[in-house]
Design a binder for this molecule. Sequence first.
Ligand code: CLF
Ligand code: SF4
Length: 493
Amino acid sequence: MSLPMISLDSLVSGVSLEDMLAKAGSGGCSSSSCGSSARPEDMDEAIWEKIKDHPCYSEEAHHYFARMHVAVAPACNIQCNYCNRKYDCANESRPGVVSEKLTPDQATRKVITVANEVPQLSVLGIAGPGDACYDWKKTKATFEAVSKDIRDIKLCISTNGLALPDHVDELAEMNVDHVTITINMVDPEIGVKIYPWIFYQNKRWTGLEASKILHERQMLGLEMLTTRGILTKINSVMIPGINDEHLLEVNKWVKQRGAFLHNVMPLISDPAHGTHFGLTGQRGPRAMELKALQDKLEGGAKLMRHCRQCRADAVGLLGEDRGQEFTLDQIPEEVTYDPKKRDLYREVVAQERGDHIEAKKAAEAIVKDSLDARPMLVAIATKGGGRINEHFGHAREFMVYEASPKGIHFSGHRKVEQYCLGGWGEDATLDGVIAALEGVDVVLCAKIGSCPSDQLAEAGIRASDAYGYEYIETAISALYAAETGMELLAASA
Ligand code: CLF
Ligand code: SF4
């Protein structure tokens, strides 16, 4: 069936499915690039198949696809100095947050309910609280039950790595293609400052011995996954003064052992969370410190820069959290999976994605022509779909891109408090937004009022809604061309 242009917004915001199907069946494709692949030219087809719908493993996919987490495996076998057991696992999830814990049966009903409602859903992850490999029986039971009903859902786990080698073969048998290991050190002397103890082979280990065991098990697990063709992402928590410089070494080690991605996450340390680091005043890195380290790591293992440190019961696109719509009390006792909405969404995305790739190529060509231009940081307000489609005052985060003669690269995101609530903006909130946009040259959004625009300008940040609803890269290239005196080039592109 060929599809006319149907907006992604309509698919996810309540237009009836019947209307969309009728529209989809009624005409030819208006897209110039319908059917073209979004696969990067230098990527192997088999790897592309694994990552193209995974919002964490592909930055491009995260504009279109959503993950959900179920907190089914709360037991943990190590202690990290940035974790308080009252909360979720800070290795993958936002610290200080408590998730709704579920049994495998409850989790299965929840996943089916979400799949029926959220067409972007492509991945089910188990990411704390606790360790998915240590609390293995519940992890396995959940994955087996869900994949029986939703055959095309991708399964993903996050682990501290200590129990990982014991379960790699079962992960491979269950078609788990994506595993995250949190590796904060490859030097056990540094590990001593991060891990007070581990529990291994029915015994509690402390000090250097504990760190050595953890390190060896993490490396072994990574090598075993690589041998079996399972894509491994490494999460590292950046702890200033403890492992920040050392993460260059970690990056080298994991690259040599076949890691697919390296995700450096900032330590979030707050005394209110009651963690060792929080209580002893260990600070986390500032946004620009994180960026500087990530820039130093370029050229090593490929970096993930779009992580949102989501909740262990997160639902939705990265950066949005619809978890509160799907709490256990809202999940029916009996549920049946209906694939219609997800299938249709995928068809529409395939079409939109082809267009987006073509637009990106044109945009890259424009900025690469600007040989002597300085880099520019551009913050984007978006609701997804790769477009500038969020009002400034409604944004809860901005996606920051760097444009330079090297191209347009996603650099990271900045979380902010929503500035405009009920039609009014608070000055104090705006101050926080401006502080979060440190280093940014320009903000692009779908709409902005003169008051916030003027205050941003006073802080040296320009803002514009002139590119509203454009593809992100198209807008950035036009802006960059204009700013670097290349209007003629932009016009002829
Ligand atoms: Fe979840 Fe993690 Fe799988 Fe993604 S999250 S288990 S790999 S499906 Fe993604 Fe969230 Fe960052 Fe994790 S944005 S915290 S990296
Ligand atoms: Fe906490 Fe996760 Fe570390 Fe376990 S692995 S101590 S749950 S942060």
